[in-house]
Write a protein that binds this ligand. Structure first.
Ligand code: GAF
Length: 404
């Protein structure tokens, strides 16, 4: 039946047991600790984090689990439940230019925390045995890499007694991604994975990484957020992402502001008229209007419940997607078909989430209609000959933490 369409995140206690067992099997002793961090969906505020914008992510129930023990070998011994074999890297030899594969995200975090490790008594010269087990679907635009980095940051902090703040763990995870693994992303994903709180979305100001939890109790209001992993292949993703970033920087330069956050949306048309190139003008319009949509979404949420404002909030989600499709041009047919099918099936609003060029969509739906909307999306995908999508319900979950 339709209920079978919605897949569930694994139970957290069972996942902790599984990663502990794999650790014992690999290293012959129980781990000192188990740590985890979630993937995320961004509710609104897309492709604005690298322009000092505002985002509204929430953590999803799918997490990456890390079982780990400290050693005195100075060596990282790394194993993943999602890969073959055990890899060894000397902490002293960590070097961004040698990075590759999933281990780069782990090694990158240890590398980024190098200064803190060096000045922490008893942490210098330590090694770590680490087993990772991720449940955030890979390549689905749900931040599987951030979940890995942030779980490792939590593990390293705890086991080596570094005493870092959550914000320092966010920064170390961002540096692992951008400087060590070499993906020039904007920080939204790591901020969400560390700082989100259960039952809440997180209003994130990327200018100073200040945050405010925003109540987001859809289930209590008979509503749900349906995630569709479109399974669309990411082709040339990195190049396109970097190109959009560059376009937005060009726009800021032409408007003579440090970032597009500094443009007042009130005089938008006058500002845009100063940009001659129609492509750069559209890119600027997306970023500036998207930041304004986050402000508006937050204002609406502050004025009453999601239920009371569901039409207006849905309209903002729709406007966000349309801007990403028309002005920022980061959607692909699978994202547009999933969004169109969700809207046609009665969703209050729907949009792509994450970086685009494949990945996932979200739809704000009546809880008792989630399965029917999923069925409608699945039918539209079959009609277009697309790979069958995967569906989840996005319950607002907790950020990174210590499990055991
Ligand atoms: C990806 C990036 F990693 C984020 O930094 C952000 O730019 C997002 O795309 C778009 O909002 O997830």
């Amino acid at each position: 039946g339709a209920a079978a369409l919605l897949s569930a995140a694994p139970e957290r206690a069972a996942a902790v047991r599984r990663v502990r067992e794999l650790f014992e099997e690999t290293f012959g002793a129980a781990p000192e600790g188990v740590f985890s961090a979630p993937g995320r969906v961004n509710i609104i505020g897309e492709h604005v984090d690298y322009q000092d914008g505002l985002c509204l992510p929430m953590a999803i129930p799918h997490r990456c689990f890390v079982a780990a023990s400290r050693t005195d070998t100075g060596i990282l011994r790394l194993r993943s439940a999602q890969a073959e074999g055990t890899e060894e890297i000397a902490v002293a030899d960590l070097d961004p230019s040698a990075a590759g594969g999933w281990t780069a995200y782990v090694a990158g975090v240890v590398w980024a925390l190098g200064d803190v490790i060096a000045r922490t008594d008893g942490a210098r010269g330590a090694g770590l045995d680490i087993v990772v087990d991720g449940y955030v679907p890979l390549g689905a635009g749900l931040s599987s890499s951030a979940s890995l980095e942030c779980a490792v940051a939590q593990a390293v902090d705890s086991l080596l007694g570094l005493g870092t703040t959550p914000l320092e763990r966010v920064q170390a995870s961002i540096r692992a991604e951008t400087e060590f693994a070499g993906a020039s992303t904007g920080g939204l994903d790591q901020s969400a994975s560390v700082l989100c709180e259960e039952g809440h979305a997180l209003l994130l100001d990327c200018r100073d990484v200040s945050t405010r939890p925003v109540p987001w109790d859809l289930a209590g209001q008979g509503l749900a957020l349906l995630i569709t992993d479109t399974r669309a292949e990411h082709s040339h993703v990195d190049g396109e992402y970097v190109a959009r970033r560059r376009d937005s920087e060009t726009a800021a330069r032409l408007l003579e502001v440090p970032t597009l956050r500094d443009v007042d949306a009130a005089g938008l048309e006058d500002h845009l008229a100063r940009i001659e190139d129609p492509v750069i003008r559209r890119r600027a319009r997306h970023v500036i209007t998207e930041i304004e949509r986050v402000r508006e979404f937050d204002r609406v949420l502050a004025s009453g419940s999601v239920r009371e404002n569901v039409v207006e909030l849905g309209a903002l989600l729709n406007a966000s997607h349309d801007s990403l499709r028309e002005d920022y041009e980061v959607t692909v047919p699978q994202l547009d078909v999933a969004v169109d099918a969700a809207r046609a099936a009665g969703a209050h609003g729907a949009r792509m989430t994450g970086g685009g060029f494949g990945g996932s969509t979200i739809a704000l739906v009546e809880a008792d209609a989630a399965e029917a909307v999923a069925a409608a999306i699945a039918a539209a995908f079959a009609e277009h000959g697309f790979t069958a999508p995967v569906f989840f319900l996005a319950l607002p979950s907790a950020g990174a933490g210590i499990d055991a």
